[in-house]
Design a protein around this ligand. Structure first.
Ligand SMILES: CC(C)(COP(=O)(O)OP(=O)(O)OC[C@H]1O[C@@H](n2cnc3c(N)ncnc32)[C@H](O)[C@@H]1OP(=O)(O)O)[C@@H](O)C(=O)NCCC(=O)NCCS
Length: 197
């Protein structure tokens, strides 16, 4: 139960300068501009991009951060993948996270962390077993991502093993997972493919 002190604290707490929400079709152009600025045009050549190309993100797992005026200042999406197979040769369902990016003018204000925490919580609430990504370990380890969990997995193309990280949402989910990451999400419609170009 909230105490009087909690109420007083909440009253005087600074108003949040951004919110995390589900991405809408109206956000696509702003999100792509943000990604080009944050990551450069070469972002489309990454191995992760091969897995995402032509597919829609996992249900409920395309998030944006908006500033007080509603502008998109951050983005993260997660994608359905098969993370190799288990000891019975059955595909291991998982999520691939990325890209994560924050507008340069808003870096260092906790936007990236808020996007990560919201994405992890939503993935967990939806019953997913693990999240994989390729990124800077010093950034992602604060959310629990480790390279040790991907040691028997490979990306479909060049990747740096120390940047290939995973977080288990269900303990032991990746224990037996061996093999290549392949996209398994719903395919983009023809209209969606045109919008991407
Ligand atoms: C990485 C990124 C998403 C972080 O977003 P952000 O909103 O600035 O992050 P937060 O404010 O939540 O966290 C800032 C903290 O992360 C640290 N950090 C940021 N990028 C980092 C990196 N690549 N490696 C290690 N630490 C990093 C900052 O030093 C800061 O540390 P502190 O809390 O000790 O001061 C953002 O800088 C970005 O979009 N970068 C360009 C695209 C990119 O590199 N995406 C991720 C691919 S690995």
């Amino acid at each position: 139960m909230a105490t009087v002190l909690d109420t007083v604290r909440a009253f005087f707490a600074p108003a949040p300068t951004f919110v995390i929400e589900n991405e809408t079709p109206a956000d696509v152009v702003a999100r792509e501009i943000l990604l080009d600025r944050a990551m450069g045009a070469d972002r489309r050549k990454k191995s992760s991009e091969k897995i995402r190309r032509g597919r829609v993100p996992a249900e409920g797992l395309a998030l944006v951060a908006r500033d007080a005026d509603g502008h998109v200042i951050g983005t993260v999406r997660l994608w359905n993948v098969e993370a190799g197979v288990d000891s019975n040769s059955r595909p291991v369902d998982a999520l691939l996270l990325g890209p994560l990016a924050v507008d340069g003018a808003h870096e260092g204000k906790g936007v990236g962390s808020a996007l990560m925490r919201a994405a992890i919580a939503e993935a967990k609430a939806r019953g997913h077993g693990a999240i994989l990504l390729v990124g800077d370990a010093p950034y992602y380890q604060r959310f629990g991502f480790v390279a040790e969990k991907t040691r028997h997995l490979v990306m479909p193309g060049p990747f740096a093993r120390e940047r290939f990280l995973a977080l288990e949402l269900k303990s032991g989910w990746l224990d037996d997972a061996v093999g290549m990451i392949v996209g398994s999400g719903r395919k983009l419609s023809r209209a969606g493919r045109r919008q991407k170009r």
